[in-house]
Structures are given as structure tokens and as C-alpha cells.
Ligand binder design. Structure first.
Ligand code: ADP
Ligand code: MG
Length: 378
């Protein structure tokens, strides 16, 4: 058992004991600056809680559901995802939390991944490749969330997230670009832009820049949702609005954001807007919440996993996070007019034509279904 410190950028938050052989946290030994803790670690009285800290640490590791994870761990000769997190001090490119052994002189500016370069070894291993015998495991990829294969990469000095699609259509990266083009044509502005590149087999991959800076953090909607006890009479949506208000964002602002997000998700049939796929941005120095995070992860949409014959614009369409079906979920909000744009057909066709994995009849079916969905809505 060793004594460690959890820090938020330069601010020490708390000390804890960890079994370094298994990378499991045992208990909190000292609390220094609890207000700088990840909000999911704090109990309802604002005090760090052991079980919440253990859960937070576990949720920092790559999820077991990640494609290719077993092979990657074998390539890296690492026994668990938590041990991989420990290799890189728990550092991430979505926030500024990290850990070091008590007594260590290590400073955030020496090791953070926003300012310091990092090796591509872990990123490559996550894509099933190993380029040298000894690997450098200091990487922000060690703390990346989500089930699609992905890696952080330095492109022209900027930190970019490269994400693959899933078989057999590899459609998610194309959908990210289609969503970007629709959003660019709309009057909604708070989104991150995705581009598409191809791997050596011509499979599309999406690339987007980091929307977090060295002064901010992404707080997931999951952490926000759990930051206050839900009242019996409050629906999940009402509760979320209330939690955001408590964190400093007025309810009208959140209502408008949710109307925009749920309308957009309705239109593109997004099936995966769970509580880790939206959130808020907080300034890590002042702890002031700055606003809702830009739209990201729009790829699980446009019937990405539906066999071509079964694609249809109407009928039941799976949704998250407040209702299981889009027709029900859209009733919860004031429908946003911001996405009433023209030229949906040409956006879908031009993007999908980029991929050799998309057959023409599938492109036609998706194009007409999406155009119809927009048409019927507005
Ligand atoms: N552009 C970005 N900047 C900072 N963090 C990001 C960015 N995009 C994604 N993330 C973080 O990485 C996680 C995984 O990315 P995501 O696009 O959701 O992948 P997946 O499609 O596998 O769920 C997100 O939940 C979020 O925490
Ligand atoms: Mg995601």
C-alpha cells in the first residue's frame, strides 16, 4: 500500500492509499482542497467519499467494452486497464486530474499532455499494432472513454481524437462529418467539428480537435446528474436542469440547450446520447462552470447499425437519455427551429460516397430517410 495525492492541475485535492500491484484505491487518508475534487467524488455535503473515489478511478480506465481491448493489453503486456491509468498518472486530455506518490516533486507542467508531447505507442496498440519492443505507456489514451477504437494524436501541434467505426458499415465516422455539415449549415453554434480520414484499408475514421484546454475540464452529464439527490417528484430531465442550476447555469439556458440537443438527436436518429455523451465545461482554476459542452459523439445515428432493408424514417427509433423512443423524448422539449436547413440530400450523398464500405442502395436509403425526417419535422 502506498500513499498518493490526487491533484487538479496544481492544486492538491486529497491523499489516498493505493495498492500499486493492482492499481486499486483503498481509502482516503487526508482531505486538503475538497472543492477541487471531481464532482462525482463528492457526497451530497460536498465531502470526498471513499466509494465515489474508487468508482471515479475505475471510470477513468478504458471501458471493458472497447473494441480490441484484450489484444491491446496483451501487446502492452499490461494486466488491467487500471494499471494502464496508473502508468500515466491518471492524466487525461478531457480534464486536469492526476495522481502522484506522496512526497514526489513531480509538477503538472512537466507531465500534462496538453503541453507535453506523448508517444503514439498506446494509441497504436489500441488499434492492434506494435511498432517497437519496448513501449512508452505515458499516454492520454489510457484514460479515454467509449467503446469505439480511438486514440489521441498530436496533429500539427494540436491534440486530436481519432475514432474508428464499427463493422460492417464503418459508418460512425461518416455520420460525425454529416452531423458537422448539418450543424454548420444551422444556426446552432456550440459543437465540435469532425473531419474524415481513411486508414490503410480505406476504412473511414473521424478526427476532431480537443475542446478542453489546460484551464478547463469536461464534466459529464452523469457526474452532474448525480451531484444532487433527485427529488421524488422530479423527472430525470427536471432533475438535470436543477443540477445544472445548482452548478451556476440558469435553467432557461439548460432548457434551450436540451431543446437543441434533443431536437438534433431526434432528426438524425441518434441512438446513443447517454449521460457520458454530453456535459458541461468548468474552469479548473476558478471552478466556475462556463456552460454546456459542445455537441460531440454524434456518430451512433443515421441507422448506422441497421441492415439497409430495415432503415425507415418513421416508427420507433431508440433514444437516450430521458426516454427510450425519440417520439416520446421529443415531447419533453420545445422543438428547436435551428436545424431547419436545406440540402440534406447532397450533404449525406457527398460524405457517404467517401467510403468504399457504403453501397449505393444504402446511401440512397439513408439519404431519402433523413431528408424525409427533416421534411416531416419542419
Ligand atoms: N473533442 C474532445 N475533446 C475532449 N474530450 C473529448 C472529445 N471528444 C470526446 N471526448 C471525451 O472522450 C470520450 C470518448 O469519446 P466519444 O466520442 O464519446 O467516443 P465513443 O464514440 O467511443 O463513445 C467522451 O465521452 C469524452 O469524455
Ligand atoms: Mg461516447
Amino acid at each position: 500500500m502506498k500513499d498518493f495525492i490526487l491533484l487538479n492541475k496544481n492544486t492538491p485535492v486529497l491523499n489516498f492509499e493505493m495498492d500499486v500491484d493492482t492499481a486499486q484505491i483503498y481509502k482516503i487518508t487526508k482531505v486538503v482542497n475538497p472543492e477541487h475534487a471531481p464532482i462525482s467524488v463528492l457526497d451530497n455535503k460536498g465531502f470526498p467519499d471513499r466509494i465515489r473515489l474508487i468508482d471515479w478511478w475505475k471510470s477513468r480506465a478504458i471501458p471493458i467494452s472497447r473494441f480490441g481491448l484484450r489484444d491491446a493489453l496483451m501487446l502492452m503486456n499490461i494486466s488491467s486497464t487500471e494499471k494502464l491509468v496508473l502508468e500515466s498518472h491518471g492524466l487525461s486530455l478531457s480534464d486536469q486530474y492526476w495522481i502522484k506518490e506522496a512526497g514526489s516533486e513531480l509538477q503538472w507542467n512537466e507531465i500534462n499532455f496538453f503541453d507535453n508531447d506523448f508517444s503514439d505507442d498506446v494509441g497504436e496498440a489500441l488499434f492492434g499494432r506494435k511498432n517497437s519492443e519496448t513501449l512508452d505507456l505515458l499516454s492520454p489514451c489510457n484514460t479515454s472513454d467509449g467503446w469505439l477504437r480511438k486514440k489521441w494524436k498530436i496533429v500539427n501541434g494540436k491534440r486530436a481524437l481519432v475514432k474508428a467505426g464499427s463493422s460492417s458499415f464503418y459508418q460512425e465516422p461518416l455520420n460525425e462529418l454529416i452531423a458537422t455539415k448539418i450543424l454548420k449549415a444551422s444556426s446552432f453554434e456550440n459543437f465540435i467539428e469532425y473531419h474524415v480520414i481513411s486508414d490503410s484499408e480505406g476504412k473511414p475514421m473521424s478526427v476532431c480537435n480537443n475542446f478542453v484546454t489546460c484551464d478547463t475540464e469536461l464534466i459529464t452529464a452523469r457526474a452532474i446528474f448525480q451531484s444532487t439527490k433527485q427529488r421524488n417528484e422530479d423527472s430525470d430531465k427536471v432533475h438535470y436542469v436543477r443540477c445544472c442550476e445548482k452548478l451556476g447555469i440558469p435553467s432557461e439556458v439548460t432548457e434551450e440547450f436540451l431543446s437543441d440537443m434533443l431536437t438534433f438527436d431526434y432528426l438524425i436518429c441518434n441512438q446513443d446520447r447517454h449521460y457520458n455523451n454530453f456535459g458541461m465545461i468548468r474552469d479548473v482554476n476558478t471552478l466556475q462552470v462556463l456552460g454546456h459542452a459542445p455537441f460531440f459523439d454524434n456518430g451512433s445515428s443515421l441507422w448506422y447499425n441497421v441492415t439497409t432493408n430495415f432503415i425507415k424514417n418513421d416508427g420507433p427509433q431508440k433514444s437516450y437519455p430521458f426516454r427510450k423512443d425519440h417520439e416520446e423524448q421529443i415531447k419533453l422539449v420545445t422543438k428547436s427551429p435551428k436545424f431547419a436547413i436545406s440540402g440534406i440530400d447532397s450533404i449525406v450523398e457527398s460524405v457517404m460516397a467517401l467510403s468504399p464500405y457504403m453501397e449505393q442502395n444504402r446511401i440512397d436509403k439513408i439519404t431519402s430517410s433523413l431528408a424525409k425526417r427533416f421534411h416531416d419535422f419542419y
